[in-house]
Design a protein around this ligand. Sequence first.
Ligand SMILES: Cc1cc2nc3c(=O)[nH]c(=O)nc-3n(C[C@H](O)[C@H](O)[C@H](O)COP(=O)(O)OP(=O)(O)OC[C@H]3O[C@@H](n4cnc5c(N)ncnc54)[C@H](O)[C@@H]3O)c2cc1C
Ligand SMILES: *[C@@H]1O[C@H](CO)[C@@H](O)[C@H](O)[C@H]1NC(C)=O
Ligand SMILES: *[C@@H]1O[C@H](CO)[C@@H](O)[C@H](O)[C@H]1NC(C)=O
Length: 505
Amino acid sequence: MVRFAPELVSSSLGLGLLLCSWGCLASAESRAPPEKIAIVGAGIGGTSAAYYLRQKFGKDVKIDVFEREVVGGRLATLSVQGHDYEAGGSVIHPLNLHMKRFVKDLGLSTIPASGGLMGVYNGENLVFEESSWFIINMIKLVWRYGFQSLRMHMWVEDVLDKFMRIYRYQSHDYAFSSVEKLLHAIGGDDYLVLVNQTLQENLQKAGFSEKFLSEMIAPIMRINFGQSTDLNAFVGAVSMTAADSNLWAVEGGNKVVCSRLIQASKANLISGSVLSVEDKTKTKQRGNPTKMYEVVYKSGSETKSDFYDIVLVATPLSQKIANIAFLNFDPPIEEFHQNYQQIVTTFVKGELNSTLFSSRAKDQFGLSTVLITDNSDMFINSLGIVNSVKGKEHPPPSTDGTQVWKTFSREILTKEQITTLFLSYDYAVRKPWLAYPYYTPPEKCPPILLHDQLYYLNGIESAASAMEMSAIAGYNAALLAYHRWNGHTHMIDQDNLYEKLKSEL
Ligand SMILES: Cc1cc2nc3c(=O)[nH]c(=O)nc-3n(C[C@H](O)[C@H](O)[C@H](O)COP(=O)(O)OP(=O)(O)OC[C@H]3O[C@@H](n4cnc5c(N)ncnc54)[C@H](O)[C@@H]3O)c2cc1C
Ligand SMILES: *[C@@H]1O[C@H](CO)[C@@H](O)[C@H](O)[C@H]1NC(C)=O
Ligand SMILES: *[C@@H]1O[C@H](CO)[C@@H](O)[C@H](O)[C@H]1NC(C)=O
């Protein structure tokens, strides 16, 4: 049982609390905390918001988290013959500090992400094959692409380096009222250019070759975001970090973080689908009429409703996904056109027909991940051997040549397609997702602030969709709601933070 420990706040934020003990007390007196907060969606975004809202607003506020399906959202597992595998968000980068912190605070364990050797298939043959010898890899890469892979590494490092600033801003309690302002505070105009340009444009200008882009970069975009180098350069960089080493996952499944965050934040989980949010004036037991939001939801066959001071929407607002009506808002809340693409995850336990990819004997194949170039006409985006959420030895490796393979594809695979890929298979199971936006830069991110105390988290996915991005959006929305509630305007949308915090040290 995880309890919400006050020392957890003081251990990591101790200094911050000391520093602001006067200012914070003074402003805390200015307004009583809200009574009730609603969060729509129990994915990593909504549950991390619950966690940080509890830290900011204290123990008395009632936090309700609405979930229409299962806690975890796009973090979910599928079972293959009694063992669970990550079907949605699977790998986490060592520098994803919110995810790292959750695992530590919640007492969870990590496992290394599925590894092994990678190859790139172009529809005819393997244009690149990784070797288990580091030095041989380097020689192969330099032979084929000159020093481009090294320069690529530096390009990604540069984006990531700046990205790390967000953690400082957030640990000092600063919040942003739009995704653009958040990005600008992190990386200035350069960062806005990243979301406005295609990765292709950006890397071409930086002098990368067509061959390197189509053989190395496009296949990495395809496995991670189901599209080519036409996505924005920021999500491109995020996607490149998923090719780094030391990636990890949460033992037992990444979704466990979400259910534990709900417990730790002492929020009430309500099983139900939110139908509408309405701007209303309500008279509380004592006092004057107050502006509140009425949340109408369907739980089983019943339609119920309740009033909230603050509402956070932590699911993509796209008709096919959430379909929430915003009633009585003046001006009306505009509809967003975030276009989420279908990606189907399929797990197959079987023996790969490796001659599809390479003329080598099947016991000499040796690759555990096959990336695929755009021009290949393949019906899948990628193919790879995966470990269960309990790690490499569960179940123990089979001796009959069968493995659990995971593929991503745009469409549901037909039986014929599966038998084309596999010599034989015992079992196949799939899950279609509306996975992430289809990126079409220049990207305009939907607002975070939909109304006075109504916040939207998933606009950040228009810049890049990843677990850590949703966690950052969750924390940001919690801080923003807190500061707006208390009138702390100096904590919102500060743009020169990097310099300011540097001189504070
Ligand atoms: C196949 C796939 C692979 C991925 N791989 C990675 C990866 O390796 N690494 C990584 O970092 N990220 C990855 N991602 C992205 C990552 O999973 C998502 O960015 C992240 O999980 C989004 O979390 P969220 O909380 O913002 O949204 P969601 O997880 O979508 O949560 C929203 C929740 O709201 C609920 N909901 C919707 N409408 C309503 C309503 N009206 N009422 C009540 N509840 C509602 C939904 O049921 C859902 O549970 C992947 C995604 C997919 C699909
Ligand atoms: C990015 O594109 C948007 C939308 O087209 C535009 O409003 C904005 O000014 C652009 N920003 C930069 C830095 O180019
Ligand atoms: C394996 O794939 C090769 C190449 O496409 C094909 O010729 C062969 O028939 C396949 N083997 C089986 C058993 O399907």
